[in-house]
Design a protein around this ligand. Structure first.
Ligand code: ZN
Length: 122
């Protein structure tokens, strides 16, 4: 191998290591965001479960299927619970969660949400 080629090779390796280094930095950021999101979702899940437990008949709590009509009000099979579903959604909103299809289930962190309010006023 000629000396010139060795330097070209080292140059290429250096460039590649630079790329790998910045990719690692990017991955670190992604992991940080995922951990934060995970934490946020865990808290949210916990709060939603508390609310559901309060609203669902105690006997139904052990049966996860029974929890679904509360969340999927639009399912055709559950049209009979729409009225009740509306009350639950209104309560969810007042407990601080979005019920609009834009941010559904997320915590409301900036006061009232116009999407949610227009949904409630329908
Ligand atoms: Zn909203």
């Amino acid at each position: 191998m000629e000396k010139k080629n060795i330097f070209v090779l080292i140059q290429e390796l250096e460039t590649q290591m630079g790329h790998i280094h910045s990719e690692l930095g990017g991955l670190k950021l992604v992991i940080k965001e995922l951990l934060e999101e995970n934490h946020h979702l865990s808290l949210e899940n916990e709060q939603l479960r508390k609310i559901l437990k309060k609203e669902v008949h105690p006997a139904d709590v052990e049966n996860p299927v029974a929890l679904q009509p509360q969340l999927h009000v639009k399912d055709e099979e559950h049209e009979d619970v729409v009225g009740e579903g509306y009350d639950n959604l209104a309560r969810l909103y007042h407990e601080g969660f979005h019920i609009c299809n834009v941010y559904y289930g997320h915590l409301r962190t900036e006061g009232d949400c116009l999407f949610c309010l227009s949904f409630l006023n329908k």
